[in-house]
Design a protein around this ligand. Structure first.
Ligand code: 4NP
Length: 146
């Protein structure tokens, strides 16, 4: 089973949404994946996803409420096959942490663009995260099942 970690800064907005979109769509297609998410920062450890992100996700049928924020650990670089960063800054931080010998593939969730951080913006930003996540997940699932 492929193991995938979605990573953003706080693990309360973007990566929880990416995690659940990926888990739900993989499950809908009968694709066996283990998916988690984490933040490079530790400020929100133990918190539920941001209420605005939960509300936007719930309108599309995604339940983020069981999730609790966690911070990336060095063990994650061995526990996961693929680590998907939401933006270039997250990716740079992950590359700096990656231990020698870790075989985890690190890359951007969108492949070539950032998922904008919605935390300090307006409500539209959360819907935009979900639009980007749904498109990225469909591409990723096609790639995984080729
Ligand atoms: P996220 O958004 O990285 O998508 O979870 C953020 C949430 C919280 C903070 C930054 C980004 N923060 O600085 O507390």
């Amino acid at each position: 089973m492929i193991r995938i970690l979605c990573v953003c800064l706080g693990n309360i907005c973007r990566s929880p949404a990416a995690e659940e979109v990926l888990r739900k769509r993989a499950s809908d297609h009968g694709i066996a994946l283990h998916v988690e998410s984490a933040g490079t920062g530790g400020w929100h450890i133990g918190d539920q996803p941001d209420a605005r992100m939960q509300a936007a996700a719930a309108r599309r049928g995604y339940d983020l409420s069981p999730q609790r924020a966690q911070q990336v650990t060095l063990a994650d670089f061995d526990r996961f096959d693929m680590i998907l960063a939401m933006d270039q800054s997250n990716l740079a931080n992950l590359k700096a942490l990656q231990p020698a010998g870790s075989k985890a593939v690190l890359r951007l969730f969108l492949g070539n663009a950032d998922v904008p951080d919605p935390y300090y913006g307006d409500a539209d930003g959360f819907d935009h995260v979900l639009d980007l996540a749904e498109a990225a997940v469909d591409r990723l699932l096609r790639e995984i099942t080729l």
